[in-house]
Design a protein around this ligand. Sequence first.
Ligand SMILES: [Zn+2]
Length: 221
Amino acid sequence: MLIRQANCRENDWSLPLEPVRLGWLTHSVNLQMNGELAAGYKSASQCARVVTEYWAEHNLYCPNCTCPSLSRLNHNAKANDFSCPQCKYWYQLKGQQTPIRNSVPDGAYETMMNVILSGETPNFYLMHYHPVTWSIKNLMLIPHFAFPLSAIIKRKPLAATARRAGWIGCNIDLTRIPVEARIHVVTEQNVLPEAEVRSQFRRVKPLGEIGATEEVGHSMC
Ligand SMILES: [Zn+2]
């Protein structure tokens, strides 16, 4: 156990702005991302990826165990994929510049369906940030075991004139996720204490064990 904990990186406090600290907490979430990291990148998606990935690597923690940080997964060049070095839970960060409402765009429909059916759904961190200041407004955590198939909504195939004509994406319908499994880590820049996030995560974990999310497959790591 001691060896595994030693593998967890200490949080990096070398970011330009002081992190938001909440009383007794020894580790908290810095709501200010470093927009300077985007210098030199041309496309908006590249800028967003670089800035949000760096922030996540230095601020996200594992709600499933006591590990204070997550490691970026570089093995298959997938963007915004992280894992806990301690318990090996897999996380995906999805950032957007608009408020998180009932639906969040995701990748290919077939891929997401297969991922759920095979019990390989990642845990999601959904982030809403300000496009100019790079400050984080809201951050929602959705555990992997809370995704029913019915939450994955098929989009129309891309038009024949599109570069990826015929490609079918999907949206995640958040209203299909049990409300208690939508954990509000940051709400309008108010940070939920880490202990409370872990407590809420533990509270909904039985959802995966009792199959409470209807047909959803699950694999507890
Ligand atoms: Zn963990």
